[in-house]
Design a protein around this ligand. Structure first.
Ligand code: AMP
Length: 411
């Protein structure tokens, strides 16, 4: 559906067009009218499906219609998110979509100086996007008053509830206006968390749930490759050398492994960028920004950036290690194939990770396509002399196996 059909302010419609949003994604089509109606929403939508705009559009519209000037007297909407990067990113979406409207927004998060955030808050803000730690800190110092909040949004709600923030969320809800609207957005949810989420939503209100049939977006082709631990680095180097023109996120299990992979790539004259929780916030932001601006490149990341982060133009995701939490598989592969674009995800798994693969397949209720690579791609490097895509590498191996099988049958 076209955005024009919604009864939203013209300024927002202009902003949508300027940002290349012409028609709604599924979640936007389903959630926007319900939110505009004042309903509580629990939306389970695949990662990269346009969740942020699904709640940002009706919220900005409501505030814009209700205010008489740009001046902000109190916080009217609070968006809670689990990570700093997500707070920044959602802040940017609100800023883009609210240009020339009367709604103001601001994102606060830890790891950076409080003072600039405090002075911005003193100037007034309608929509506050926050990570819980920094928000509670500033509430306790009385720089934030959330008693005027009428809309509470929890993004990556399952993670927030799972991280044990439930008491904090209840405490926040007690401080809000008595009649407030609660919006939970999440890409994944398990039955325990779902129950917890429902306990936080108005029982009298109509609840909507937008559930995808498949957790991994149809825009993403995803497969696994069996490769032993000590062969992973060879396969990665071969893949990179064969595919110099891709923009790829490579997920590893720990900070130490991230550093090791970076070092191994450097030894092979491959320059990659890294981001993990052990880095200073300033460096995390700098590297993310650097990667964001690149047309091609390699970002080695831990799960700190698995959720929600929207980096433009990611063509590939490689799970160098399988994630410990099965739901993080969905979040990681969801870094590609965003909006209406297509992506490819490949996961390396070793014998030790067989059980994790099983857990992921159980979680997504899908048997993931298994690829085979030629053993030479696993042993030495640089192996590939001419450009050969990952698909070519696999096709070559499949053809070899098929030839071998035919020979056997003939005998
Ligand atoms: P999100 O799930 O909110 O992180 O959004 C995923 C990506 O889809 C982002 O790059 C958005 O800019 C893009 N996007 C969201 N809604 C639309 C839309 N209606 N049309 C085109 N792109 C969109």
């Amino acid at each position: 559906m076209k955005f024009e059909k919604f009864a939203i302010a013209d300024e927002i419609k202009d902003n949508l067009i300027k940002n290349g949003y012409f028609r709604t994604t599924d979640i936007q089509y389903k959630a926007i009218p319900a939110i505009m109606n004042g309903e509580d929403v629990l939306a389970i939508a695949q990662t990269g499906s346009g969740k942020t705009a699904a709640f940002a559009i009706p919220i900005i519209n409501q505030i814009h219609q209700y205010k008489t000037s740009k001046r902000s007297h109190s916080i009217k909407c609070l968006v809670l998110v689990p990570t700093r990067e997500l707070a920044q990113q959602i802040g940017e979406v609100f800023a883009k979509l609210s240009r020339h409207t009367k709604a103001t927004s601001y994102a606060i998060y830890g790891g950076v100086e409080q003072d600039p955030q405090i002075s911005q808050l003193e100037g007034g803000v309608d929509i506050l996007i926050a990570t819980p730690g920094r928000m509670f800190d500033l509430i306790s110092q009385q720089h934030i008053d959330i008693s005027g909040v009428s809309v509470l949004v929890l993004d990556e709600a399952d993670h927030m509830l799972d991280l044990g923030f439930i008491d904090d969320i209840e405490a926040v809800k007690r401080k809000l206006q008595h009649h407030h609207q609660t919006l939970f957005f999440s890409a994944t949810i398990n039955p325990k968390i779902k129950k917890l989420a429902y306990s936080q939503i108005r029982s009298s209100a109509l609840r909507i749930q937008v559930s995808p049939e498949k957790m991994v977006s149809k825009n993403v082709t995803h497969s696994v490759v069996k490769v032993e631990m000590d062969q992973k680095r060879h396969l990665l180097v071969n893949f990179i050398q064969a595919n110099p023109k891709v923009k790829c996120m490579i997920f590893v299990r720990t900070q130490v492994r991230a550093e090791r992979v970076i070092a191994h790539l450097a030894k092979n004259s491959i320059e990659a960028i890294s981001i993990h929780g052990g880095m200073e916030q300033e460096d995390r932001e700098k590297n993310l920004d650097l990667f964001r601006k690149k047309d091609f490149g390699w970002l080695i990341a831990t799960d700190v950036t698995a959720r929600g982060i929207d980096l433009p133009g990611i063509t590939h995701v490689i799970n160098y290690d399988l994630p410990d939490e099965p739901e993080n598989y969905v979040h990681r592969v969801g870094r590609t194939g965003r909006g209406f674009s297509k992506g490819e995800a490949i996961s390396f798994y070793s014998s030790e990770e067989q059980e994790k693969l099983q857990q992921i397949e159980d979680f997504i209720q899908t048997k993931i396509n298994q690829l085979k690579v030629h053993k030479e791609h696993l042993e030495s490097e640089p192996f590939i002399s001419n450009e050969m895509s990952f698909a070519d590498m696999i096709a070559a191996e499949e053809a070899r196996i098929s030839r071998a099988t035919k020979k056997k049958v003939k005998k």
